[in-house]
Design a protein around this ligand. Sequence first.
Ligand code: C2E
Ligand code: MG
Ligand code: MG
Length: 258
Amino acid sequence: MDDLRAAIGHDGLTLHYQPVVELGTGRIEGVEALVRWNHPTRGFIMPDEFIPLAEEAGLISELGLWVLRTAVKQLRAWIDAALVDSSFSVRINISATDLQSLQFIEDVRNTLQETGVKPEQVVLELTEVAIVKGNELDRYSLGGLRGLGVGIEIDDFGTGYSSISYLRRLPVDRVKVDRSLISGLETDPNQPALVAAVLQLVRACGLEAVWEGVETAEQAEILRGLGCQSAQGYYFSRPVPPEQIPELLPDQQESANQ
Ligand code: C2E
Ligand code: MG
Ligand code: MG
């Protein structure tokens, strides 16, 4: 655990970024920041393994702040390098604990101010469980974050307590549909109709959906055919270190080819 504490304080963590792609055009509309722990002897440790440890050890707020600042600064660097425009967004996963802390709203405000990044270019992802289990304070925090102008997205949608009524009430803009919903898309004949129904439900609530876990061209094609707007998954790109993002952006490729 001291390892993890040291990692957070001393550059032992690193962020990888996975593109979110507009299905109609193939354009990369943004990236999701995904944290890895670069352990001196064990190599990269994935977040599912150490986020729960960080929660238990009371380190999650520190970790969350590091991720927030690192990801928004990275976006600033890409903007400054003219690699991305003002429609490009960075998505950041935040924990239920972050949502419980009023300091977090201040941290987001300060980070935006320091970097001069526009709030609409930052989207905070929260799991369904964190939001639905949430209390009045969470509701208040969500409202506060939204008041700053950042986007709020429900992550892993469809795995938790998918109640239809709360979708309409919460101050969120988007949902990211869990990959379990598209895993059988090419093989199960009923799955496309289910995806279409979920899409309709999400849109009826005034929201838009990002489809997570697209691994094959067929899945991407079916989603596009159903009118889905954006998707993310290994088919488009695995999460990559920030240095590799420019290679994925078309403008950069053009200038690199010259
Ligand atoms: P998530 O936010 O739902 O992130 C998506 C996870 O799915 C990532 O795993 C990503 O690498 C993986 N993935 C992406 N495309 C595909 C695909 O096509 N197929 C499959 N099978 N998997 C795909 P990762 O990076 O291991 O992250 C796991 C979870 O850890 C994340 O789920 C998120 O809940 C959490 N997490 C990651 N970074 C952070 C962070 O900075 N802060 C917090 N609080 N949680 C984080
Ligand atoms: Mg996420
Ligand atoms: Mg997810």
